[in-house]
Design a protein around this ligand. Structure first.
Ligand SMILES: [Zn+2]
Length: 529
């Protein structure tokens, strides 16, 4: 979703930081232990992120912020011979992790640091991410302004704040007073964006000559790019045009059905459609995949093969559209009560003005259409992965009832629903994300030489991805007792060990404090007194 207010959505050139007050910056880090001269994680079952099956017990050794040794130390269920294990020196940190699972830190490829509700702070968002094992994010639009984002990126890199690694992709045209109106202006803006220190660009679409110039220049200087192909410009420039011109990744899905049109040029808009009416926008979008070439058709295959040949990345962000197919599920998600800030909750509610609050009258017909939309879309994404294409996991949280961290885990479940094997899901959320960022030498898998970004979970996430939710998964014990299992136990970033459950408790306290400040605010459903 764009961070922009709905009334300004067409004016995509406006810089987001001129529209919104930046959210409260992150305080200095008070959490986490380490990095350690040597950290040894003992007896863990390893899921390496690169696609290897789970294996263990292994001992993983970290020196400072790098993984230096991964040693198989035995067989499941058999006592470990201590002679086989890496030796600890006095002062080393050891985590006894028998029965636990070790995964790479997760990478949220579409993660805005804040939306438009006023009570959010960077600390709230960063801790929700870190509590869910997210150790890297790609910020698509640098909505707090590039300087703000780069300052937090730097502080995160130095571990002065509790936050994931940040990769800043500036909204195209951000800061240009009169917009970008010529290819020359586009090239100049792109070069300035690099000089300003950005990692890449987030496009929302533009006229073909400007898109072509900007992507060409960006590629030349070696930066990366993402694009949400907004419907306003998609007729002249869809995903295929972008991929040919060197775009790194498409966000969401807009522009892909349009690339697959074979019996029309323009989406079948009702004649009284208005893009600024979001019920119109999202309702009609739910009929879009049906207007594209059929799965398995010549056109379907040709488009897919060309995107594959261009090494193009799909970042589908399924979860952010889930309310479209099941509004009640998204609205009543069990974490809202404790972890959603009042202002954020209010922002989600039906409104003509808030972006992503298109619930003017959202009923059975809209949900059924969207269920079908999801089925075709998921088929494309799964086939793309099966043919070797890169698919990443991105959440786009802060809109449409999707909460930071939690929504990312939901994205993993939706990749699973699309047909990904759980190992393929984890790979999308780790190594594929690192490749998208161009960071695969350092991030994305648990291998010797890589940075120590890892998470520990007490349950097997391959069996049930829900154990990664901060609220855990529900289980009945043999004693007929209902318990919650899972939730990330430790998030390790750059060799620093964070108690993930404490981070989540901090978030709950922020929410509780805000409720008190608002006179004991309680969460109400729309239309309730
Ligand atoms: Zn977005």
């Amino acid at each position: 979703m764009k961070r922009f207010h709905i009334a300004l959505i067409a004016i995509i050139w406006l810089s987001a930081n001129t529209l919104f007050a930046q959210i409260t910056p992150s305080p200095n880090r008070a959490e986490g232990e380490g990095p350690f001269t040597q950290l040894i994680i003992r007896g863990v079952t390893l899921i390496n992120g690169a696609g290897a099956p789970a294996t263990g017990p292994v001992d993983v050794v970290v020196q400072g912020n790098r993984i230096t040794q991964i040693k198989m130390v035995g067989s499941p269920g058999v006592p470990i011979n201590p002679d086989k294990r890496p030796k600890a020196n006095p002062g080393d940190k050891e985590i006894q992790a028998e029965g636990m699972y070790l995964l790479p830190g997760l990478i949220d490829s579409h993660a805005h640091i804040g939306g438009t509700s006023k009570d959010q702070s960077a600390e709230y968002i960063f801790k929700l991410w870190m509590a869910h094992g997210i150790t890297s994010i790609r910020d698509p639009s640098a909505g707090n302004g590039l300087d703000w984002v780069l300052e937090h990126k730097e502080k995160s890199l130095k571990n002065q704040i509790t936050a994931p690694r940040i990769f800043a992709y500036t909204a195209f045209g951000q800061g240009a007073k009169n917009g970008i109106n010529t290819p020359e202006e586009a090239r100049e803006w792109v070069r300035d964006n690099q000089k300003n220190g950005a990692d890449g660009i987030k496009f929302f679409g533009a006229s073909p000559d400007i898109m072509a110039a900007a992507l060409d220049e960006n590629k030349k200087i070696g930066l990366r790019s993402a694009c949400h192909h907004a419907q306003l410009n998609v007729v002249g420039w869809n995903v295929l045009n972008s991929a040919r011109a060197g775009l790194t990744s498409m966000e969401h899905w807009y522009g892909l059905p349009e690339a697959l049109f074979e019996d029309r040029i323009i989406q079948h808009y009702p004649l009284d459609y208005n893009y600024q009416n979001e019920q119109n926008r999202f309702e009609e979008a739910g009929k879009l995949w049906k207007q594209a070439a059929k799965p398995g058709s010549e056109k379907w295959n040709a488009v897919m093969d060309e995107l594959l040949s261009l090494d193009f990345t799909l970042d589908p962000t399924f979860n952010i559209y889930e309310a479209s197919r099941d509004l009640m599920r998204a609205r009543r998600a069990e974490w809202h009560e404790n972890y959603t800030l009042p202002g954020l909750w209010e922002f989600y509610q039906p409104s003509m003005e808030s972006h992503g609050s298109y619930w003017h009258y959202w009923g059975t017909e809209q949900e059924v259409a969207w269920k079908e939309n999801f089925r075709i879309w998921m088929q494309f994404v799964n086939e793309y992965k099966n043919k070797g294409g890169r698919v990443t996991a991105g959440s786009d949280s802060g809109f449409i009832f999707q909460l930071y961290g939690f929504a990312f885990i939901r994205e993993l479940e939706l990749l699973r629903e699309a047909g990904f094997h759980p190992l393929e899901v984890i790979r999308a959320a780790t190594l594929m994300g690192a490749e998208l960022l161009g960071q695969e030498k350092d991030l994305g898998s648990i291998e010797v030489g890589k940075l120590a970004d890892m998470i520990l979970v007490e349950e097997n996430p391959l069996v049930n991805l829900k154990v990664l939710y901060g609220t855990g998964a529900i289980k009945l014990t043999k004693e007929n007792e209902v318990v919650r299992v899972g939730g990330v136990k430790y998030t390790i970033k750059d060799g620093i060990v964070y108690d993930a459950k404490q981070l989540l408790a901090d978030v709950k306290k922020m929410v509780d404090d805000e409720k008190v400040k608002r006179g004991n605010w309680t969460l109400k459903q729309p239309g309730e007194e």
